[in-house]
Ligand binder design. Structure first.
Ligand code: SAM
Length: 450
């Protein structure tokens, strides 16, 4: 299991944590925002829905957690993901027409996770939920603002506290820009309860208390229409499923024309992106790739020494112009600003001194359908020898001894094995990948590896 996880073939998460993306149900080709994305379990689940199309902007505000997000996206070998770092409460609306889908899986007190984290049970206080409410509301409000008219927004937490859930949703829908779609219609078989319409406000001794008038939004709404919408939210009680507790609300942004993003006194802001930002490869680099690979796929980008592989929609959004401040500022296309992009797509090769140094093993199988080199067709028995620790001589695989360097062996099933060919053939994969390949090829796998 560890090897399957390390190599990105599986991602382990609490079963209930998979519900938000199932409820979001993004279609291939869609433009999606994952507003609070790290460590990325839901981003990669969204990528599964999108396949090799569409775009998911995966946002995280905390620098250290952005790195985790990037590595998990790489582990999964996703092409549509673009990692950005913003405070989600102020994330820019790029693309200007808004996102087809927005996931707001917001920070919370985690009161639904007491089985897996018993410490939460000991430390949780009613004031903890109250202290999260403002951030959660601001994040949901921004999620609604950046969705396109008619777009779907899913708000979720792993808390069961109504102050962090129904009170947030109630306050957001009271602004009239979105409404709740009954979750039971979309997730009919999930063992769950409807959203709550009444709850007490407690102090930290658990006594029902009055709340100051300026915090009235923490109390249940007295509006019957809003209240009946709240029943369409979904609660999974940890006790009833013997697992994690969870809350989600599915919202649809009200339709109508998107606001016209144009002002007669428009100012053009054509500052470029920082140099570390990914850009599509230029003609020179494309010809270097073609020389090395025989051809180069579409939607290839570069950042530093990395070659990245993305999707048509990612490139389309990068190329399109966009507006800020209600149409007062125009930012021309061919850049990411005002988005602060940290990473994008699947790293598929490394460049050194203007030449392709090597193909990255994670991308090898997918690239084998697109390019001819540096692939060398071999019989599976050659893989067996290498995986069992015997390093065959280069002539044994039909590569002449004077041709040294980085190659990818590929067998009739399309399994790929990056190797370094010198006088011997040496595998260039980590132990987890070797374990998985040995297991899939029916070779011996030790108990320790399982
Ligand atoms: C519940 S976790 C998200 C889990 C993630 N969706 C997943 O499934 O892997 C919430 C994340 O939001 C981040 N966060 C906190 N405040 C934020 C803000 N203002 N803007 C964006 N992200 C924020 C936290 O650092 C944390 O990584």
């Amino acid at each position: 299991m560890n090897a399957l996880h390390d190599t990105g073939r599986i991602t382990r998460q609490e079963a209930v944590s998979m519900l938000p993306v199932i409820a979001l149900a993004p279609e291939p080709g869609a433009v999606v925002l994952d507003l609070c994305a790290s460590p990325g379990s839901k981003t990669t689940q969204i990528c599964e829905h999108l396949g090799d199309s569409g775009l998911v902007i995966a946002n995280e505000v905390v620098r250290g957690r952005v790195n985790t997000l990037v590595s998990n996206i790489q582990r999964h070998s996703s092409r549509p993901a673009v990692v950005v770092q913003h405070d989600g409460r102020h994330i820019p609306k790029v693309p200007s027409r808004g996102f087809d889908y927005v996931l707001a899986d917001v920070p919370c007190t985690g009161s639904g996770t007491t089985r897996k984290n018993p410490e939460v049970w000991k430390k949780w206080l009613p004031s903890s939920g109250i202290s999260m409410h403002a951030l959660q509301f601001d994040l949901l409000r921004r999620a609604i603002a950046v969705a396109k008219p008619g777009g779907r927004i899913v708000y979720s937490t792993c808390s069961l506290d109504p102050i962090e859930n129904e009170a947030v949703v109630s306050r957001a829908i009271s602004e009239g820009l979105a409404r709740v779609i009954p979750a039971g219609d979309i997730l009919p078989k999930v063992p769950s309860n409807p959203g709550m319409t009444s709850w007490p406000i407690l102090d930290d001794s658990g006594i029902v208390s009055e709340i100051s008038p300026e915090l009235h939004f923490l109390k249940p709404t007295e509006d019957d229409e809003l209240s009946s919408q709240l029943e369409g939210c979904l609660r999974v009680w940890n006790d009833s499923i013997d697992g994690g507790g969870f809350f989600l609300a599915i919202l649809e942004k009200e339709g109508g024309e998107a606001r016209r993003e144009f002002d007669s006194k428009v100012i053009v802001d054509d500052r470029g992106d920082p140099v570390s930002t990914p850009v599509p490869v230029n003609e020179t680099l494309r010809s270097v790739l073609c020389e090395s690979w025989g051809s180069a796929p579409e939607h290839i980008w570069t950042r530093g020494k990395s070659i990245l592989w993305s999707t048509e929609e990612v490139e389309r959004i990068w190329r399109a112009e966009r507006f800020r401040r209600g149409g007062k500022i125009l930012i021309p296309g061919d850049r990411w600003r005002p988005l602060k992009v940290i990473h994008l797509g699947l790293i598929c090769a490394r460049i050194r001194k203007g030449r392709v140094e090597r193909l990255v093993s994670k991308a090898a199988r997918r690239l084998s359908n697109e390019i001819s080199e540096p692939f060398v067709r071999v019989k599976s028995s050659v893989f067996h020898d290498i995986l069992l620790g015997e390093e065959p001589a280069s002539e044994q695989i039909g590569v002449s001894a004077d041709k040294k360097g980085s190659f990818v062996l590929i067998d009739d099933d399309g399994t790929c094995l990056p190797v370094w060919i010198g006088s011997r053939v040496t595998p260039m994969i980590n132990e987890s990948e070797k374990t998985v390949l040995r297991a899939t090829m029916g070779l011996t796998v030790s108990d320790k590896e399982v």
